[in-house]
Design a protein around this ligand. Structure first.
Ligand code: GNR
Ligand code: NI
Length: 177
């Protein structure tokens, strides 16, 4: 496995619409493995291929919060929302590509997703709560959308300006907001 570099905003590669994979083959499985390692190293609960500069529709997630338990990462190719609830819920979101920023985002509270698993089998999953939020956050990445795009223009512009400045100064992340 290999640890990949996570892109941070602003970066034009984070705005690309990713291409579907033709099939989950050894190359896609290797990408999924590398993304899982990268996600764990960064202490994230999800990671989209877009964030590591790969414009393919692949995401990984792991919401288990017990560090001792055996790891059960979810690996998805070509995830599609088949259904989402009318009811919304709000979570304070963060993103490994928007370091140091945490803001409330409102999204559908529940969704049903169809995807290809690592054996290239079609699967469906019903999700609620933080998992539903995370799935939607990751699919957004595949469409070139960041969680800050759900905020007001004013808030987003302030955040992007601070991230730009941090990049100019060669800092990994802004110290405080
Ligand atoms: O680690 C992450 N935490 C998180 C918290 C609330 C809503 C979404 C997320 S996803 C994020 C990792 C990430 O950037 N995935 O793209
Ligand atoms: Ni993210």
């Amino acid at each position: 496995m290999a640890r990949l570099t996570i892109l941070t905003a602003p970066d034009p590669r984070l705005k690309l619409v990713a291409q579907p994979v033709v099939a989950v083959d050894d190359a896609v499985r290797r990408l999924m493995e590398d993304m899982v390692e990268t996600m764990y190293a960064a202490r994230g609960i999800g990671l989209a291929a877009t964030q590591v500069g790969v414009a393919q529709r692949v995401v990984v997630m792991d919401l288990s919060d017990m560090p001792e338990a055996p790891k059960q990462p979810l690996k998805m190719a070509n995830p599609e929302i088949l259904w989402h609830s009318d009811q919304d819920s709000s979570y304070q979101e963060g993103c490994l590509s928007v370091p140091g920023v945490f803001e409330n985002v409102t999204r559908p509270d529940a969704c049903k997703v169809r995807y290809l698993d690592e054996q290239n089998e079609v699967r469906e999953l019903n999700a609620t709560g933080l998992l539903a939020t995370c799935i939607q956050h990751e699919i957004d990445h595949l469409n070139g959308t960041l969680f800050v795009d759900h905020l007001s223009n004013l808030k987003r512009n302030m955040i992007i300006k601070k991230l730009e400045k941090a990049k100019r100064l060669g800092q990994a992340a802004p110290v405080a907001f």
